[in-house]
Design a protein around this ligand. Sequence first.
Ligand code: G1P
Ligand code: ZN
Length: 543
Amino acid sequence: MATQTVATTPFDDQKPGTSGLRKKTTVFMQPGYLENYVQSIFEAIGGVSDKTLVVGGDGRFFNREAIQTILKMAAANGAAKCVVGRDGLLSTPAASAVIRELKTDGGLILSASHNPGGENGDFGLKYNVPAGGPAPEAITDAIFARSKEIAEYRISDAEDISIQMIGTAKIDDMDIDIIDPVAIYQSLMESLFDFNAIHDLFVSGFRMRFDAMHAVTGPYATAILEGAIGAPAGTVINAQPLPDFGGGHPDPNPVHAKMLMDEMMGADGPDFGAASDGDGDRNMIVGRGFYVTPSDSLAVLAANAELVPGYREGLNGVARSMPTSRAADRVAEKLGINAYETPTGWKYFGNLLDGNLITLCGEESAGTGSNHVREKDGLWAVLLWLNILAVLRGSVADIVKAHWRKFGRDYYTRHDYEDLETAVASGLIDDLRGRLSALPGQSFGGLTVSAAEDFSYADPVDGSVSKHQGIKIAFEEDARVVLRLSGTGTSGATLRVYLERYERDPANHGIDTQQALAQVIAAADEIAGIRSKTGRSAPNVMT
Ligand code: G1P
Ligand code: ZN
């Protein structure tokens, strides 16, 4: 067996976005496509000679084949060892935990997150750094630069190895450890949460449904909730990871997790419902008859974290992505800790976590996490909620409503306009950007603009500046609109419009969200010309 050096020509589209490189599965399956990208990663990080890498994915179509290719390329590039999840599985947060626990030189995570899988679905690959988080821009830029110049890649001509059983193997001189994908993650959870208290909650008759959506969290949730904690069998549904996620769209929101939502909205529904996405980093939280927005969830978790062993010492600070509602900021203010506003994308939290400036962070897109790993973590958020419920013993709805009474309510919705022509979508943003300075003082249907900016973020730790991260428009009436283009889509452009309004008075906390935000929605349309420019009369998705 020997290393082969294969001549190749660059593909021109291997620019990693906020979550690595994401493409149609068929694009990744083209001869040389995956290989070029992997070689570009290896070279951009200074080679992998003598390094140890973690490799695993969410089990979607092409996961196994891609892992074999990556292992053979790591061997040919001189890596000392690869640590692989059994069956090629590792949830994204578990991969982060393994990278950190074993102090490896980073890892490769195969996933397109919540995007559908299968031959006609999406595939993705990203490199995570030794701290366990997604590569920062300097590295993704270097990967992209390499991908444009690449002329050859290195791969071993060894046979495929079996990764179905825990144990060790070798490709040429490289060692391979095939590990239980759950074990390291599970002990981390045990160190943070009071499993006994959660066990007692279940013993008291508390009922829960966790929808793994036929994605990677199935084995994790089954082992931890039903195994270690002792929740009744059947608590976890759709627990078997499938290459096409059973034909579903593994995005934990009320639309795609409809089966769970229907059960939760029923009169005799479980007390607590939760779901996670394809690679296990997102979460949805729902009580009986009561959906919790991710922005509210972050705020409630921040306000109650001290009830839980892993956070008993209090929080260093909290961070949220810019379009996430300001609910968490209000908690931080009461707690007397700092609140940070970062651009969209988990990688911006990395430095704040590494620098101990924050303990909890989250995004409106169903991502919540803490300093325990460097990725958002779906099951962790579920366990944090469970531990808080085990202490407070109230219903989810009661806890959130009490939170609103104390801090006020941030009504919040996101409107997505999908599959727009790229030129139309960027034209809309560019046009708005050009008019920002004229907006303050102007009124739109009863709302007066107090500030308008093209959001730019200066990282407080390394000083790096990220510009053009979204248009933020604030109103004197304590309302806010954010507009930005999605960076994770694989076809056309998606315009995301984030709308929110603060309401202090508890008498007004029971209004329907879209109704409560009607004025803000109208103002956003008037300011940006969304309907006229896109030709759409309504968004495709409202969350
Ligand atoms: C979306 C979310 C963002 C999240 C990212 C990766 O990105 O909006 O919060 O970090 O997926 O899960 P977008 O498509 O908006 O660029
Ligand atoms: Zn994900």
